[in-house]
Write a protein that binds this ligand. Structure first.
Ligand code: F3S
Length: 406
């Protein structure tokens, strides 16, 4: 891979050990994927920041890099972590303390302690065509598809290395020729709400793997529905980019998105939608003891909707309800009175936390109700929870009654 003289000096240690380590990582990655060069990036997003991903060895490595003077050179945001920095959720101390040390280590390197998988909801919004190095599969698929930024599905270490150097290897979805569609999906059923989009996304993700799906007749999704749709495909498959004809910026029409490439066409109707719901449901007992919403983190609109559903009601004794968002949305929700509605109902609006990475199983929960296709996908294997998957309305109902209906 070609390196400029400046990049060679970085690799050879002229700017200190952290830059050298980061450059060595990027060079190795570039060689593996056949990149011709490194290109400058506008921003990075580090993921895999939970204690579950880092372990104690990873925590010590982060602290070591920070102590040796590592500093990011482009705006670098941080993904969710395994705790809520604003409150005690009852998670064990030997989990919370190292998790906070990891967070502090990245902050010492100049990363923004955003602790969210949706930093694009506030301040950190990439532009169309911009090269970025973001990790977190749900954020990658959103920035690539809905915004039209150029991003590979980075891992935590490669996103960190890109933030430290300001470069990323030029391969994969940074190249125009790798962004054309692979399979056309014609949607023949109406979609209503996040759960429908999430269920269909799960169904498609399982079929396409890492290919680029193109959708025709996807309806008129909200931003949040597109976020959950992408997150579902990125978790059930390895989708990092999708196009929706007439909706997403690189897909004004079929010709532009396929560039003459022959493609298979698949119809997505009611049956496929129902299969998506079935894939995401593993509940055995209809007695629900845990309700979690906000994976990816809720927008202010979602928080307002859920608060409205809870207003004047009460979460059933024995049921825990967590609604996940980030510090910025929570601060706004507090000012606007939504936090009070949620807390008066006995639910909790968390910040920073990813429920999948936060070990909720140690609190003894057995059966989860969620509207999140990503959480429903990971929670059975990752957290040992049985899952009921459905709309926000059904999840709120489950919180109020302790039963999953329908
Ligand atoms: Fe975000 Fe964690 Fe869900 S990273 S998308 S809250 S699994």
């Amino acid at each position: 891979m070609f390196l400029t003289d400046e990049q060679k000096r970085m690799r050879d240690g002229e700017r200190g050990e952290p830059v050298q380590v980061a450059m060595e990582m990027l060079c190795a990655l570039g060689e593996i994927y056949g990149a011709e060069k490194l290109i400058p990036i506008k921003s990075a997003h580090c993921a895999g920041l939970s204690l579950k991903s880092h372990g104690i060895a990873g925590m010590k490595w982060v602290e070591d890099m920070a102590a040796k003077g590592a500093k990011v050179v482009v705006p670098t945001t941080m993904n969710v972590i395994g705790v809520d920095r604003s409150r005690d959720l009852g998670l064990p101390e030997d989990w919370v303390v190292p998790q906070l040390r990891i967070e502090k280590g990245y902050e010492a390197m100049g990363c923004f302690g955003t602790s969210s998988c949706v930093p694009y909801y506030y301040s950190f919004l990439p532009k169309f065509g911009e090269h970025i190095a973001w990790a977190e599969s749900s954020a990658v698929v959103f920035t690539n598809s809905v915004i039209g930024a150029r991003d590979n599905r980075e891992g935590g270490p490669s996103a960190w290395a890109a933030g430290i150097t300001g470069f990323t290897p030029y391969y994969g979805l940074h190249l125009d020729e790798n962004r054309t569609g692979d399979i056309l999906f014609r949607v023949t059923t109406e979609l209503h709400g996040i759960a429908d989009y999430g269920a269909l996304g799960n169904y498609v993700g399982k079929i396409v793997g890492e290919k680029i799906p193109v959708f025709e007749n996807l309806g008129h999704p909200t931003t949040e529905e597109l976020v959950y749709f992408g997150a579902a495909m990125a978790s059930a498959g390895g989708v990092a980019l999708f196009h929706a004809i007439g909706l997403t910026p690189e897909a004004p029409d079929r010709e532009t998105v396929f560039k003459g490439k022959k493609c298979e066409t698949v119809e997505l109707g009611k049956k496929e939608l129902e299969q998506g719901y079935a894939n995401l449901t593993s509940g055995k007992s209809r007695d629900v003891d845990f309700v979690a919403l906000g994976c990816p983190h809720c927008s202010l609109t979602q928080v307002a909707q859920i608060a409205g559903m809870l207003a004047g009601k009460r979460v059933k004794d024995g049921v825990t309800m967590w609604i996940h968002t980030n510090m910025a949305v929570k601060a706004m929700a507090k000012e606007l009175g939504y936090v009070k509605l949620i807390e008066d109902a006995g639910a909790v609006l968390t910040q920073d936390l990813c429920v999948v990475l936060g070990n909720p199983e140690v609190l003894g929960f057995k059966t989860l109700a969620t509207h999140s296709p990503k959480m429903a996908f990971y929670a059975p294997g990752g957290n040992g929870l049985d899952v009921w998957y459905g709309s926000e309305e059904k999840c709120v109902q489950a919180a109020l009654t302790g039963r999953w209906e329908g």
